[in-house]
Design a protein around this ligand. Sequence first.
Ligand code: AMP
Ligand code: MG
Length: 351
Amino acid sequence: MVAKYSNQKEKIKKKEIQEAAEEIKKGNLVLFPTETVYGIGANALDEKAVKKIFEAKGRAGDNPLIVHVANIQMVEELVETITPLEKKLIQEFWPGPLTVIFNRKSKEIIPNVVTANLNTVGIRMPSNKIAQELIQMAGVPIAAPSANVSGKPSGTTVEDIIEELQEKVSYILDGGFADIGLESTVIKVVEKQIVILRPGKITKEQLEKVAREVKIDNHVLAKVKKGEKVESPGMKYRHYAPNTNCMMVYGKNTKKMVDKINSITNDLLEQGKEVLILGKKQNLKDYIASEKWNMGENMEEIAKNIFALLRKVDKEKVDLVIIEGVGEKDLGLAITNRLIRACSYNYIIVE
Ligand code: AMP
Ligand code: MG
Protein backbone atom coordinates (compact mmCIF):
# COMPACT_ATOMS: atom_id res chain seq x y z
CA MET A 1 0.00 0.00 0.00
CA VAL A 2 1.43 3.37 -0.98
CA ALA A 3 0.53 6.39 1.04
CA LYS A 4 -0.27 9.76 -0.38
CA TYR A 5 2.70 11.91 0.50
CA SER A 6 1.69 15.51 0.82
CA ASN A 7 5.02 17.21 0.62
CA GLN A 8 3.72 20.73 1.08
CA LYS A 9 5.46 21.32 4.42
CA GLU A 10 3.74 24.17 6.25
CA LYS A 11 1.39 24.72 3.33
CA ILE A 12 -0.58 21.49 3.35
CA LYS A 13 -3.95 22.13 1.71
CA LYS A 14 -7.28 21.62 3.49
CA LYS A 15 -8.20 19.10 0.80
CA GLU A 16 -5.24 16.92 1.71
CA ILE A 17 -6.01 16.98 5.42
CA GLN A 18 -9.59 16.06 4.46
CA GLU A 19 -8.32 13.09 2.44
CA ALA A 20 -6.20 11.95 5.38
CA ALA A 21 -9.21 12.37 7.70
CA GLU A 22 -11.22 10.10 5.37
CA GLU A 23 -8.55 7.42 5.80
CA ILE A 24 -8.88 7.73 9.59
CA LYS A 25 -12.67 7.33 9.26
CA LYS A 26 -12.17 4.25 7.08
CA GLY A 27 -10.06 2.63 9.81
CA ASN A 28 -6.68 3.22 8.18
CA LEU A 29 -3.44 4.73 9.50
CA VAL A 30 -2.18 8.25 8.88
CA LEU A 31 1.26 9.65 9.56
CA PHE A 32 0.87 13.26 10.69
CA PRO A 33 2.87 16.06 12.30
CA THR A 34 2.41 17.31 15.84
CA GLU A 35 4.41 19.97 17.65
CA THR A 36 6.28 17.27 19.63
CA VAL A 37 7.16 14.52 17.11
CA TYR A 38 5.33 12.85 14.20
CA GLY A 39 2.46 10.56 15.12
CA ILE A 40 1.13 7.40 13.52
CA GLY A 41 -2.60 7.71 14.09
CA ALA A 42 -5.85 5.77 13.92
CA ASN A 43 -9.45 6.28 15.03
CA ALA A 44 -9.15 5.74 18.80
CA LEU A 45 -12.67 4.29 18.94
CA ASP A 46 -12.00 1.61 16.30
CA GLU A 47 -10.33 -1.45 17.79
CA LYS A 48 -9.30 -2.94 14.47
CA ALA A 49 -7.74 0.31 13.31
CA VAL A 50 -5.78 0.74 16.54
CA LYS A 51 -4.43 -2.80 16.27
CA LYS A 52 -2.85 -1.77 12.96
CA ILE A 53 -0.72 0.78 14.85
CA PHE A 54 0.72 -1.91 17.12
CA GLU A 55 1.49 -4.06 14.06
CA ALA A 56 3.08 -1.21 12.11
CA LYS A 57 5.36 -0.23 14.99
CA GLY A 58 5.98 -3.69 16.40
CA ARG A 59 4.83 -2.15 19.67
CA ALA A 60 4.28 -4.27 22.79
CA GLY A 61 0.56 -4.73 23.47
CA ASP A 62 0.94 -3.66 27.10
CA ASN A 63 2.22 -0.19 26.14
CA PRO A 64 -0.85 2.11 25.94
CA LEU A 65 -1.36 4.83 23.35
CA ILE A 66 -2.01 8.52 23.87
CA VAL A 67 -5.37 9.72 22.57
CA HIS A 68 -5.30 13.05 20.74
CA VAL A 69 -8.35 15.32 20.88
CA ALA A 70 -9.40 18.58 19.26
CA ASN A 71 -11.78 19.82 21.98
CA ILE A 72 -12.89 19.29 25.57
CA GLN A 73 -16.11 17.50 24.58
CA MET A 74 -13.99 14.67 23.20
CA VAL A 75 -12.29 14.38 26.60
CA GLU A 76 -15.59 14.41 28.49
CA GLU A 77 -16.84 11.51 26.39
CA LEU A 78 -13.83 9.39 27.33
CA VAL A 79 -13.14 10.12 31.00
CA GLU A 80 -14.96 9.66 34.26
CA THR A 81 -14.32 13.12 35.72
CA ILE A 82 -11.99 16.02 35.22
CA THR A 83 -10.76 17.11 38.66
CA PRO A 84 -10.22 20.82 39.46
CA LEU A 85 -6.44 20.42 39.24
CA GLU A 86 -6.73 18.62 35.89
CA LYS A 87 -8.95 21.47 34.67
CA LYS A 88 -6.29 23.96 35.71
CA LEU A 89 -3.62 22.00 33.85
CA ILE A 90 -5.78 21.90 30.74
CA GLN A 91 -6.40 25.64 30.89
CA GLU A 92 -2.74 26.36 31.36
CA PHE A 93 -1.10 23.95 28.93
CA TRP A 94 -3.60 22.85 26.25
CA PRO A 95 -3.39 22.85 23.35
CA GLY A 96 0.22 21.79 23.85
CA PRO A 97 2.74 19.09 24.74
CA LEU A 98 1.13 17.81 27.95
CA THR A 99 -0.53 14.38 28.24
CA VAL A 100 -2.82 13.89 31.22
CA ILE A 101 -3.65 10.38 32.48
CA PHE A 102 -7.35 10.32 33.42
CA ASN A 103 -9.59 7.61 34.84
CA ARG A 104 -11.44 6.29 31.82
CA LYS A 105 -15.21 6.02 31.64
CA SER A 106 -16.43 2.64 32.77
CA LYS A 107 -18.64 2.32 29.69
CA GLU A 108 -15.72 1.02 27.65
CA ILE A 109 -16.04 3.61 24.92
CA ILE A 110 -12.35 3.36 24.17
CA PRO A 111 -11.29 -0.14 23.16
CA ASN A 112 -8.99 -1.90 25.64
CA VAL A 113 -6.28 -2.15 23.02
CA VAL A 114 -5.74 1.65 23.25
CA THR A 115 -5.24 1.67 27.00
CA ALA A 116 -3.58 -1.74 27.26
CA ASN A 117 -6.44 -2.80 29.56
CA LEU A 118 -5.63 -0.12 32.13
CA ASN A 119 -8.51 1.74 33.74
CA THR A 120 -6.83 5.00 32.80
CA VAL A 121 -6.37 6.79 29.49
CA GLY A 122 -3.71 9.29 28.44
CA ILE A 123 -5.10 12.29 26.54
CA ARG A 124 -3.54 15.30 24.88
CA MET A 125 -4.69 18.20 22.72
CA PRO A 126 -1.96 19.02 20.20
CA SER A 127 -1.30 22.63 19.22
CA ASN A 128 -0.04 21.80 15.72
CA LYS A 129 -2.65 23.18 13.31
CA ILE A 130 -2.46 20.24 10.88
CA ALA A 131 -2.98 17.78 13.76
CA GLN A 132 -5.91 19.82 15.08
CA GLU A 133 -7.61 19.99 11.70
CA LEU A 134 -7.05 16.30 11.08
CA ILE A 135 -8.79 15.38 14.36
CA GLN A 136 -11.61 17.86 13.72
CA MET A 137 -12.21 16.64 10.18
CA ALA A 138 -12.07 12.98 11.23
CA GLY A 139 -14.58 13.85 13.98
CA VAL A 140 -13.09 11.24 16.31
CA PRO A 141 -10.23 11.18 18.81
CA ILE A 142 -7.02 9.87 17.25
CA ALA A 143 -4.81 7.37 19.07
CA ALA A 144 -1.25 8.07 18.02
CA PRO A 145 2.11 7.00 19.36
CA SER A 146 5.35 8.43 18.04
CA ALA A 147 5.97 7.59 14.39
CA ASN A 148 8.85 5.12 14.45
CA VAL A 149 9.38 1.41 14.60
CA SER A 150 9.45 0.54 18.33
CA GLY A 151 12.87 1.01 19.91
CA LYS A 152 14.07 3.52 17.32
CA PRO A 153 14.28 7.27 17.89
CA SER A 154 10.97 9.04 17.31
CA GLY A 155 10.46 10.67 13.92
CA THR A 156 10.91 14.44 13.88
CA THR A 157 10.90 14.77 10.09
CA VAL A 158 9.16 12.72 7.39
CA GLU A 159 12.46 12.05 5.58
CA ASP A 160 13.70 10.09 8.61
CA ILE A 161 10.71 7.75 8.90
CA ILE A 162 9.30 7.42 5.40
CA GLU A 163 11.33 4.30 4.66
CA GLU A 164 10.28 2.39 7.78
CA LEU A 165 6.61 3.39 7.73
CA GLN A 166 5.40 4.31 4.24
CA GLU A 167 4.18 0.82 3.39
CA LYS A 168 2.23 0.67 6.62
CA VAL A 169 0.14 3.84 6.44
CA SER A 170 -2.47 5.08 3.98
CA TYR A 171 -1.60 8.76 4.04
CA ILE A 172 1.37 10.90 5.03
CA LEU A 173 1.00 14.57 5.92
CA ASP A 174 4.38 16.28 5.83
CA GLY A 175 4.45 19.35 8.05
CA GLY A 176 8.21 19.91 8.02
CA PHE A 177 10.54 19.53 11.01
CA ALA A 178 8.70 19.02 14.33
CA ASP A 179 8.88 22.17 16.46
CA ILE A 180 9.82 20.66 19.81
CA GLY A 181 11.45 17.36 18.84
CA LEU A 182 10.70 15.44 22.06
CA GLU A 183 7.47 13.65 22.97
CA SER A 184 4.92 15.21 25.33
CA THR A 185 5.27 15.43 29.09
CA VAL A 186 3.09 12.65 30.57
CA ILE A 187 1.59 13.37 34.00
CA LYS A 188 -0.91 11.90 36.39
CA VAL A 189 -2.71 13.71 39.18
CA VAL A 190 -2.62 11.66 42.38
CA GLU A 191 -4.59 13.31 45.19
CA LYS A 192 -3.40 16.93 44.85
CA GLN A 193 0.02 16.01 43.58
CA ILE A 194 1.25 15.95 40.00
CA VAL A 195 3.46 12.98 39.13
CA ILE A 196 5.64 13.24 36.02
CA LEU A 197 5.73 9.84 34.33
CA ARG A 198 7.62 11.05 31.27
CA PRO A 199 9.33 14.46 31.15
CA GLY A 200 8.87 16.63 28.08
CA LYS A 201 8.70 20.22 26.91
CA ILE A 202 6.35 21.19 29.77
CA THR A 203 8.83 21.14 32.61
CA LYS A 204 8.58 20.36 36.33
CA GLU A 205 9.31 24.03 36.97
CA GLN A 206 6.30 25.07 34.82
CA LEU A 207 4.02 22.51 36.49
CA GLU A 208 5.04 23.82 39.91
CA LYS A 209 3.28 27.06 39.05
CA VAL A 210 -0.02 25.15 38.91
CA ALA A 211 0.34 22.64 41.77
CA ARG A 212 2.23 22.89 45.02
CA GLU A 213 3.64 19.40 44.76
CA VAL A 214 5.19 17.98 41.61
CA LYS A 215 6.96 14.66 41.89
CA ILE A 216 9.15 12.97 39.31
CA ASP A 217 8.49 9.24 39.10
CA ASN A 218 11.58 7.24 40.09
CA HIS A 219 11.74 5.54 36.72
CA VAL A 220 12.18 8.76 34.78
CA LEU A 221 15.91 8.45 35.42
CA ALA A 222 16.37 5.02 37.03
CA LYS A 223 16.31 1.80 35.06
CA VAL A 224 13.29 -0.47 35.57
CA LYS A 225 14.35 -3.73 37.18
CA LYS A 226 13.02 -7.04 35.90
CA GLY A 227 9.51 -7.71 37.21
CA GLU A 228 9.24 -4.28 38.84
CA LYS A 229 5.82 -2.58 38.68
CA VAL A 230 5.77 0.69 36.73
CA GLU A 231 3.24 3.55 36.56
CA SER A 232 3.65 3.93 32.82
CA PRO A 233 4.31 0.80 30.75
CA GLY A 234 6.46 2.69 28.21
CA MET A 235 9.15 3.04 30.89
CA LYS A 236 10.05 -0.63 30.58
CA TYR A 237 11.02 -0.68 26.96
CA ARG A 238 14.20 -0.07 25.04
CA HIS A 239 13.87 3.33 23.44
CA TYR A 240 15.48 5.82 21.12
CA ALA A 241 18.55 3.65 20.72
CA PRO A 242 20.96 3.51 17.78
CA ASN A 243 22.71 0.20 17.12
CA THR A 244 26.10 1.79 17.74
CA ASN A 245 27.36 1.86 21.35
CA CYS A 246 26.57 5.21 22.94
CA MET A 247 27.67 6.81 26.18
CA MET A 248 26.44 9.97 27.85
CA VAL A 249 28.92 12.06 29.84
CA TYR A 250 27.70 14.94 31.96
CA GLY A 251 29.42 17.34 34.31
CA LYS A 252 28.16 20.59 35.81
CA ASN A 253 31.66 21.91 35.24
CA THR A 254 32.06 22.09 31.45
CA LYS A 255 35.85 21.91 31.52
CA LYS A 256 35.84 18.74 33.63
CA MET A 257 33.23 17.20 31.32
CA VAL A 258 35.25 18.02 28.19
CA ASP A 259 38.43 16.66 29.82
CA LYS A 260 36.67 13.40 30.68
CA ILE A 261 35.32 13.02 27.15
CA ASN A 262 38.76 13.72 25.71
CA SER A 263 40.38 11.18 28.02
CA ILE A 264 37.89 8.45 26.99
CA THR A 265 38.41 9.42 23.35
CA ASN A 266 42.18 9.31 23.72
CA ASP A 267 42.11 5.78 25.19
CA LEU A 268 39.97 4.56 22.29
CA LEU A 269 42.03 6.30 19.60
CA GLU A 270 45.13 4.61 21.01
CA GLN A 271 43.38 1.27 20.53
CA GLY A 272 42.74 2.21 16.90
CA LYS A 273 39.05 2.78 17.50
CA GLU A 274 36.83 5.52 16.15
CA VAL A 275 34.77 7.95 18.18
CA LEU A 276 31.99 10.36 17.32
CA ILE A 277 31.15 13.20 19.69
CA LEU A 278 27.74 14.85 19.92
CA GLY A 279 28.27 18.10 21.76
CA LYS A 280 27.03 21.62 22.27
CA LYS A 281 28.10 23.99 19.50
CA GLN A 282 30.24 26.07 21.85
CA ASN A 283 32.20 23.02 23.13
CA LEU A 284 32.99 21.26 19.84
CA LYS A 285 36.29 23.08 19.28
CA ASP A 286 37.65 21.63 22.53
CA TYR A 287 37.27 17.97 21.59
CA ILE A 288 40.21 15.95 20.26
CA ALA A 289 38.04 13.58 18.22
CA SER A 290 37.91 14.32 14.51
CA GLU A 291 34.22 13.39 14.14
CA LYS A 292 32.02 15.79 16.10
CA TRP A 293 28.47 16.87 15.53
CA ASN A 294 26.68 19.97 16.73
CA MET A 295 23.64 19.15 18.91
CA GLY A 296 22.69 22.82 19.18
CA GLU A 297 23.53 25.81 21.31
CA ASN A 298 20.80 25.61 23.94
CA MET A 299 18.27 23.15 25.39
CA GLU A 300 15.54 24.00 22.84
CA GLU A 301 17.87 23.36 19.91
CA ILE A 302 19.21 20.16 21.43
CA ALA A 303 15.66 18.86 22.08
CA LYS A 304 14.74 19.60 18.49
CA ASN A 305 17.83 18.00 16.94
CA ILE A 306 18.58 15.01 19.13
CA PHE A 307 16.34 12.33 17.56
CA ALA A 308 17.37 13.22 14.01
CA LEU A 309 21.03 13.01 15.07
CA LEU A 310 20.56 9.69 16.88
CA ARG A 311 19.01 8.31 13.70
CA LYS A 312 22.14 9.18 11.72
CA VAL A 313 24.90 7.86 13.99
CA ASP A 314 24.72 4.26 12.75
CA LYS A 315 25.78 5.41 9.28
CA GLU A 316 29.13 6.59 10.68
CA LYS A 317 30.29 3.09 11.64
CA VAL A 318 32.24 4.32 14.69
CA ASP A 319 33.03 2.23 17.78
CA LEU A 320 31.55 4.65 20.31
CA VAL A 321 29.33 7.71 20.24
CA ILE A 322 29.92 10.01 23.20
CA ILE A 323 27.04 12.37 23.88
CA GLU A 324 27.29 15.42 26.12
CA GLY A 325 24.74 15.36 28.93
CA VAL A 326 22.79 18.52 29.70
CA GLY A 327 21.76 18.14 33.35
CA GLU A 328 18.28 17.81 34.77
CA LYS A 329 17.09 21.40 35.07
CA ASP A 330 14.09 22.58 33.03
CA LEU A 331 14.04 20.94 29.59
CA GLY A 332 17.26 19.13 30.56
CA LEU A 333 15.26 16.48 32.45
CA ALA A 334 13.44 15.42 29.26
CA ILE A 335 16.62 15.41 27.18
CA THR A 336 18.47 13.41 29.86
CA ASN A 337 15.57 10.92 30.09
CA ARG A 338 15.87 10.24 26.33
CA LEU A 339 19.68 10.23 26.27
CA ILE A 340 20.18 7.69 29.05
CA ARG A 341 17.80 5.34 27.24
CA ALA A 342 19.49 5.95 23.89
CA CYS A 343 22.73 4.98 25.66
CA SER A 344 21.15 1.91 27.32
CA TYR A 345 21.95 3.48 30.72
CA ASN A 346 25.65 3.74 29.87
CA TYR A 347 26.49 7.12 31.37
CA ILE A 348 29.02 8.90 33.54
CA ILE A 349 28.43 11.90 35.78
CA VAL A 350 31.66 13.84 36.29
CA GLU A 351 31.77 15.38 39.79
P1 AMP B 1 4.37 7.25 22.73
O1 AMP B 1 2.99 6.98 22.29
O2 AMP B 1 5.38 6.45 21.99
O3 AMP B 1 4.66 8.71 22.82
O4 AMP B 1 4.38 6.74 24.24
C1 AMP B 1 3.29 7.03 25.08
C2 AMP B 1 3.74 6.99 26.52
O5 AMP B 1 2.62 7.31 27.34
C3 AMP B 1 4.23 5.62 26.93
O6 AMP B 1 5.34 5.77 27.77
C4 AMP B 1 3.03 5.06 27.68
O7 AMP B 1 3.42 4.11 28.63
C5 AMP B 1 2.43 6.32 28.32
N1 AMP B 1 0.98 6.14 28.58
C6 AMP B 1 -0.01 6.16 27.69
N2 AMP B 1 -1.20 5.89 28.29
C7 AMP B 1 -0.93 5.70 29.60
C8 AMP B 1 -1.72 5.36 30.74
N3 AMP B 1 -3.03 5.19 30.64
N4 AMP B 1 -1.10 5.24 31.94
C9 AMP B 1 0.24 5.43 32.04
N5 AMP B 1 1.04 5.73 31.00
C10 AMP B 1 0.48 5.86 29.79
MG1 MG C 1 7.38 6.39 21.29
